[in-house]
Design a protein around this ligand. Structure first.
Ligand SMILES: O=c1ccn([C@@H]2O[C@H](COP(=O)(O)O)[C@@H](O)[C@H]2O)c(=O)[nH]1
Length: 270
């Protein structure tokens, strides 16, 4: 099934806009897991199994695995999600972007090696750098637009013919890059007014919204500015505040409780 259809189904049938980010940091793992040879997989799989019924997507961030030489556990984790929780899409947060010939290999990495349903891309290199991803109509292509970090405005807010660059990105992706109906945008929860500007330019394109939880984004403001008319359109992502909600042997149950709290906080404002 196409990524956008799977996502729509999760929003509609499961009543959740929560995306759980999978950003393993072994120093924060509970003591009983630390030092175990397969700790990265065990930790992430336990959180996945405890939260899968509550989410619209999972978002593993690739650097958190690659830095630990844990690419093989990441492959197994995504295979585990597909096998145990079919219908929950996996967004590989890789923020790729390179010349077209190299981008083909990044697309193969995301979709063939890791079997992700969607991937994040940096649009800075332009259309040809995204084309190998855009051509995969079954897969989601999520372009960085207005990122959540403090320095996001350094370039994204620069004037670009009367509009800031990030709105040019939103317009261009929605109008020109979305021929296969498989595009989405990243708009950080930490800049809710800008997120609203992105929504106004991008129509009903799905928005991946990081910045809730550890980065301090405000759920109510995100919903006020970002919801589509049908009360959806958002993948509101939280990683650390869910993964490390508890530090003991019951870490997965603590992650579940934090996910329920976020889902319910979101749904109160929909
Ligand atoms: O603009 C962006 C784009 C991506 N991210 C990623 O999302 C998570 C956020 O983690 P938290 O622990 O919920 O703060 C992380 O993987 C980032 O690389 C982002 O934060 N902002």
């Amino acid at each position: 099934m196409r990524f956008h259809d799977t996502l729509q189904r999760r929003w509609r049938e499961h009543g959740t806009l929560v995306c759980v980010g999978l950003d393993p940091e072994p120093a924060k793992f509970p003591a009983h897991l630390r030092g175990r040879p397969d700790a990265v997989f065990e930790f992430c799989a336990a959180v996945v199994d405890a939260t899968a019924d509550l989410v619209c997507a999972f978002k593993p961030q690739i650097a958190h695995f690659a830095a630990l030489r844990a690419e093989e556990p990441l492959e197994r984790l995504i295979a585990h999600i597909h096998a145990r929780h079919p219908g929950v899409p996996v967004i590989l947060d890789a923020k790729r972007g390179d010349i077209g010939s190299t981008a083909q290999h990044y697309a193969a990495e995301a979709f063939e090696r890791y079997r992700a349903d969607a991937v994040t891309l940096n649009p800075y290199l332009g259309r040809d750098s995204a084309q190998p991803f855009l051509d995969r109509a079954d897969k989601g292509v999520i372009l960085l637009c207005r990122t959540s970090n403090p320095g996001g405005a350094d370039f994204q807010a620069l004037d670009c013919g009367g509009v800031p660059l990030y709105l040019r990105v939103a317009e261009t992706v929605a109008r020109d890059w979305n021929a296969n109906g498989n595009c989405a945008l990243v708009a950080g929860a930490t800049w809710p007014e800008e997120l609203g500007q992105v929504r106004a330019r991008a129509g009903d394109l799905p928005l991946l919204v990081p910045g809730i939880g550890a980065q301090g984004g405000d759920v109510e403001a995100v919903l006020r500015h970002g919801l589509t008319a049908d009360g959806g359109g958002l993948m509101i992502s939280s990683s650390r505040a869910i993964l490390y909600a508890g530090g003991g042997e019951d870490f997965a149950q603590a992650a579940r409780a934090a996910t329920i709290a976020l889902r319910d906080a979101i749904n109160r404002h929909r």
